[in-house]
Design a protein around this ligand. Structure first.
Ligand code: HEM
Length: 478
């Protein structure tokens, strides 16, 4: 994987030298007024960036070194792009609010091609707002209620397998769990069987194509990714046709979006503006999958890792869940109202997302010229908000390396904690992610204990931070 990332890096750097004018509207000359170093010819500072990436503290040291030398705004050349990095509450407010269409998301070329032009991640302004309202509706707290039993039963079934194994790779188990949940929510996929296998294999191939070389030739990860995307779309097409024929009723995203929001065949009729085409529907179902899967998988894995490393926190968490058991009448199982009343568990999730900062920076492209911290940012530049430094600011989070969920006892100032982002692009999957983790944690801490089998702090060099060794543990019943 590391070799792959380096190949990507070198290839994209070489490409950018040849096609610089075409690919990027920023250039070293234009950026003269911004402090910082663009590093070596061709590769820039990419090697130090990638090596920081996989270290236990991630890009924190890369950022800190440069912030001490240049200040809160500096330029660099990483991953094939001239980039301005910035940090702090003010910068995050300006960039994440992105008033008047000031910035757009800055996906890599391969991601743009795989996700398709109508993905939420590729729309801006009013079109983004409209699309988001439709797509996010099934992810609201009320919309999620109908999936509660499925998620809870799946968590119980998953955990029951663990004590029989010599080694549980938590990251892999979390990945299977979260994929089965979303597959069921989107299109009522059963957790086992041929369809689930096809869905899983297509998704894994799509996912790996995101960090691939931008060459669409047979045999390349990018080519395979596009093929898997098309196969996934065939699955969705057949389910959409099935739902339209209304032979049977399903309680899933596809059914609810088709019934309420897809355009009628002739494109006429009431309120067609606020409805989705089949292409928009498919591009955005894929977007939810891509944006929601690795993030939730990583969050669940880091939560278990931090809990094992902080026994006092684990004990306090167990106490919250034991109390739920005590209050519950005999024979009953976890309920919707119980899962919505887990205040300490929610603080543990927030602290996990702060400490791990699984998305270390949020990437934007300037859609117009603007000023930030006294620096002129030009249209077309890549601007990255460094979230790691915000989450490790000792003024806001004293002793930032300590895992301490009580930091979230009192509300924090806006833009000082960005676990799920903020502003118009704040994560629409926040309720689902928290629901999955709360349910899983409840069944885990009330019935099992786990012991890590390795002490390795390395992190995978992928865009979402995950433990490199997949966090192997040994699990026993309590
Ligand atoms: C713990 C798990 C998760 C974390 C930490 C997380 C984090 C984030 C963050 C930080 C952003 C904003 C990024 C930016 O401003 O550049 C975001 C956006 C997004 N997330 Fe999540 N996410 C999680 C789970 C999910 C789930 C479960 C889904 C869907 C099923 C989802 C779907 C999305 C989508 C579609 C966006 C883009 C929103 C837009 O551009 O309007 N996420 N997420």
């Amino acid at each position: 994987m590391e070799t792959m990332m380096l190949l990507v890096l070198v290839a994209s750097s070489v490409l950018s030298v040849f096609f610089l004018r075409k690919l990027l509207s920023s250039s070293p000359k234009e950026m003269e007024a911004i402090p910082g170093s663009l590093g070596l010819p061709v590769v820039g500072e990419s090697f130090s960036f990638i090596s920081a990436f996989s270290s236990p503290s991630g890009i924190f040291n890369f950022m800190k070194e440069r912030q001490e030398r240049y200040g809160k705004v500096f330029k660099s050349y990483v991953l094939g792009r001239f980039t301005v990095f910035m940090t702090g509450r003010e910068a995050s407010k300006i960039l994440l609010t992105g008033k008047d269409g000031m910035v757009s998301l800055n996906l890599f070329y391969t991601g743009q091609q795989v996700l398709g032009p109508t993905s939420l991640l590729q729309t801006t302004g009013d079109a983004h707002k409209r699309l988001r309202r439709l797509i996010a509706e099934p992810l609201s707290v009320d919309g999620l209620k109908k999936y509660f039993n499925f998620i809870s039963t799946l968590a119980v079934d998953t955990l029951e397998q663990w004590p029989a194994k010599k080694k549980v790779l938590v990251l892999e188990e979390a990945s299977t769990f979260t994929l089965k949940v979303i597959g069921n929510m989107i299109m009522s996929l059963e957790p086992m069987g041929e369809e689930q296998e096809k869905f899983r294999s297509n998704f894994k191939t799509i996912s790996s194509s995101f960090a691939s070389l931008p060459f669409n030739l047979p045999g390349t990860a990018f080519y395979e990714g596009i093929k898997a995307r098309d196969s996934m779309y065939e699955m969705l097409d057949s389910t959409i046709a099935n739902r339209r024929s209304a032979e049977s009723s399903h309680q899933d995203f596809l059914e609810s979006l088709i019934m309420k929001h897809t355009k009628s065949g002739d494109g006429k009729g009431d309120d067609q503006e606020n409805k989705l085409t089949d292409q928009q529907l498919k591009d955005n179902i894929l977007t939810l999958l891509v944006a929601g899967h690795d993030t939730t998988t990583a969050a669940l894995t880091w939560t278990m890792k931090f809990l094992a490393e902080n026994p006092q926190v684990l004990e306090k968490l167990r106490e919250e869940h034991r109390l739920i058991l005590v209050k519950r009448s005999d024979g009953a199982t976890l309920s919707w109202s119980e899962v919505n009343n887990m205040p300490y568990t929610n603080k543990v999730i927030n602290e996990t997302l702060r400490r791990a900062t699984i998305l270390p920076w949020y990437s934007r492209k300037a859609a117009q010229d603007f000023e930030i911290d006294g620096y002129q940012i030009k249209k077309g530049w890549s601007v990255n908000l460094d979230v790691v430094s915000i989450h490790h600011d000792p003024q806001v989070f004293p002793d930032p390396e300590k895992f301490d969920p009580t930091r979230f006892d009192a509300p924090l100032r806006p833009y000082s904690y960005l676990g799920f982002g903020n502003g118009p692009r704040m994560c629409p999957g926040i309720n689902l992610a928290k629901l999955e983790i709360c349910i899983f944690i409840h069944h885990l801490v009330t019935k099992y204990k786990w012991t890590p089998l390795e002490k390795d702090g390395s992190v995978q060099p992928t865009l979402v931070r995950m433990p490199k060794n997949k966090y192997p543990v040994f699990v026993e019943s309590l």
